[in-house]
Write a protein that binds this ligand. Structure first.
Ligand SMILES: [Zn+2]
Length: 165
């Protein structure tokens, strides 16, 4: 079968030739869970000095602690060895540097239709949103106080993380 995914399937076959994670248990070996943005400038394992198997990673636009992120964190803490949680939005994130109107205008222009019905979770104050998000994790009844929770901003121009919370 020839299709638009031939290049990645070919790359996957090469990857599988040296596959070393067979039979792996799937827990977070470094005890870390990370919530971060979908931005392609972020290398979530590399920026923390981690490797495949070390961490649970949840990504979405803006790196927000959504209901789905909390679900992942609860599973991580209780079933997958997570002891530390990092919430890591980043500098120059489109979700915090654009307004809802701007994003709707851009997506609308690309889609060629009205997109006012589509939700985009824009962030008006990134530091305040991060504090709220870290609080949501810390205050969650199923995430015990023994789990360390930190809020950081990743700088996409230097690769450095700055702890805010
Ligand atoms: Zn982003």
């Amino acid at each position: 079968m020839t299709n638009e995914f031939d290049d990645v399937l070919e790359a996957n076959r090469k990857f599988a030739e040296n596959f070393s994670l067979s039979g792996f248990d799937g827990v977070a070996h470094a005890g870390i869970a990370l919530v971060t943005c979908m931005d392609s400038r972020i290398d979530p394992l590399g920026m923390l000095g981690l490797h495949a198997g070390d961490a649970k990673i949840f990504r979405n636009p803006g790196g927000r602690v959504t209901e789905a992120a909390l679900e992942a964190l609860v599973l991580g803490v209780h079933l997958l060895n997570v002891k530390r949680i990092l919430v890591v939005p980043h500098t120059r994130c489109a979700m915090s540097s654009s307004t809802l109107d701007q994003v709707r205008q851009q997506v609308g222009a690309s889609a060629g239709q009205d997109v006012s019905w589509q939700t985009f979770s824009m962030v008006t104050d990134q530091a305040a949103a991060l504090r709220d998000d870290v609080h949501k994790v810390r205050a969650h009844p199923l995430i015990p106080d023994t789990v360390a929770v930190g809020g950081f901003v990743y700088d996409v121009d230097t690769g450095l993380m700055d702890q805010l919370v």
